[in-house]
Ligand binder design. Structure first.
Ligand SMILES: Cc1ncc(C[n+]2csc(CCOP(=O)(O)OP(=O)(O)O)c2C)c(N)n1
Length: 459
């Protein structure tokens, strides 16, 4: 098949493009602020060492890309009334998710001390990776997060887990190109062989191809594009490439691509939900190729930072000993023009705030990403129904897992109309003797099925 290279078009009006770009700047500004600032959040005073945290932690490199994607998902949520949650595989980009959930208002609702003004900004910045504050990675307390960002590799499997039996949900899953080298992630691509568009939601993988891990290039960024495409096609996806470093072009490219991707997802789902499951769809995905540390310092002391591995963590880390770096940091933060992003009090300008979805459509507030709102207790049969009476020791022959299989079958039966109980097994349901489950269910598989297969169906 031919490569999906989106042509530059004008999906966004000039006004919308400018506003989305400013919103992105606001998210980037808040991200940098979290990494560096202790005080002076709106840079109303000349920046000095006293305003800077004594110990600098965090990851800048992945963050502008995560922010860019967030702003664009906000647009399609509004445009198509979608229900989307965001999984950040490079969860070390915690400042980006905190910034975006703050901008959309969720953060202040959950944490009322982080107000929408200069005092709230100061708290927001200070608490990040600070004693008594919040983690530097996307964490359980980050609004909208179901994925802990510390150990790379599980984003895509979590995304599929969230989409199973959740037909109206789209899970946008940003995957780091470094993360993609882990064993867990490398095999998770195949989860599309277990996803059925009739009864499950959709997963939109977004491979964040910013070229580097901590100090090394990534494999996927250094193979020819046609090999990368062949790999992703081989995993069963239809990759759309969004590549570049010029923000305006990238905004149009990603917007056009997301419009196309939403149309494909909706077409796959409508077809399957009208005509039943006929074949495994080729789900769309995006390869988002942008510079690591995008919009950050281009060079520091003659050494290239933006677009290199050097942008991974804290690009300016010797502020105490190099006063010219404080100037670079100030110029960097001012390049986002905080004075046009926030009003005098430090509140996001209303025309920018209006870009975010509202209520539960905000990705930070989506109930599907909340650990409690949508939980239902399982109806539990009395386990003693499956008891085996042992009148005298050593007289009964029985297998523990066979009995457990019968119990799991009864649990599944009791909850069958709710579709919220699944059994996952690495090919050991039968060999571990849980076979009583097959009295009432089968194994889901959307790849090819042979007549000799047993208890294997697409749904
Ligand atoms: C399993 C695992 N191995 C190693 C690390 C250390 N680590 C943290 S960030 C990172 C690089 C990640 O690169 P990528 O996924 O491409 O993210 P980005 O470049 O966007 O920061 C590594 C190796 C980790 N967090 N988890």
């Amino acid at each position: 098949m031919g490569m999906q290279q989106t042509e530059t078009t004008s999906t966004l009006s000039i006004t919308l493009l400018q506003q989305m770009n400013l919103y992105w700047h606001a998210a980037n500004y808040l991200s940098v602020g979290q990494i560096y600032l202790y005080n002076n959040p709106l840079l109303k005073q000349p920046l000095s060492l006293a305003h800077i945290k004594p110990r600098l932690l965090g990851h800048w490199g992945t963050t502008p890309g995560l922010n860019f994607i967030y702003v664009h998902l906000n647009r399609i949520i509004n445009q198509y009334h979608l229900n989307i949650i965001y999984i950040a595989g490079p969860g070390h980009g915690g400042p980006g998710l905190v910034a975006n959930t703050y901008l959309e208002g969720t953060y202040s609702e959950l944490y009322p001390n982080i107000t929408q003004d200069a005092a709230g900004l100061q708290q927001l910045f200070k608490q990040f990776s600070f004693p008594g504050g919040i983690p530097s990675h996307v964490a359980p307390e980050t609004p909208g997060s179901i994925h802990e960002g510390g150990e790379l590799g599980y984003s895509l499997v979590h995304a599929f887990g969230a989409a199973f039996d959740n037909p109206n949900l789209i899970v946008a899953c940003v995957i780091g190109d470094g993360e993609a080298e882990t064993g867990a992630l490398a095999t998770s691509w195949h989860s599309n062989k277990f996803l059925n568009p009739v009864c499950d939601g959709a997963v939109l993988p977004i491979l964040h191809l910013n070229g580097y891990k901590i100090a090394n290039p990534t494999v996927l960024a250094r193979i020819p594009k046609n090999e990368l495409e062949a790999l992703l096609v081989g995993y069963g996806y239809k990759p759309f490439f969004v590549e570049g470093n010029e923000p305006e072009l990238m905004h149009q490219l990603l917007a056009t691509t997301l419009d196309a991707v939403v149309a494909e997802i909706q077409q796959i789902q409508t077809d399957a939900r009208t005509n039943g499951f006929t074949k495994r769809p080729q789900w769309p995905m995006i390869v988002f190729n942008s510079p690591k540390g995008w919009t950050g310092p281009k060079d520091v002391d003659g050494i290239k930072i933006e677009g290199t591995w050097r942008a991974h963590q804290v690009p300016l880390s010797e502020l105490a000993t190099k006063p010219n770096h404080i100037t670079i940091l100030e110029q960097w933060m001012k390049s986002y023009q905080p004075e046009i992003l926030f009003d005098e009090q430090g509140k996001l300008m209303p025309e920018l705030a209006a870009l975010a979805p509202t209520g539960n459509k905000r990705m930070g507030a989506n109930p599907h990403a909340n650990g409690g709102l949508l939980l239902h207790n399982l109806l539990m049969p009395n386990f003693t129904n499956n008891a085996i009476e042992v009148l005298k020791p050593g007289t009964i022959k029985a297998e523990a897992t066979l009995v457990m299989g019968a119990f799991l079958r009864d649990v599944m039966q009791a909850n069958s109309n709710k579709h919220h109980f699944r059994v996952f097994g690495p090919d050991e349901t039968a060999s571990n003797r849980l076979t009583k489950l097959f009295d009432i269910t089968n194994r889901t598989f959307t790849a090819e099925i042979y007549p000799t297969d047993e208890h294997i169906i697409p749904i």
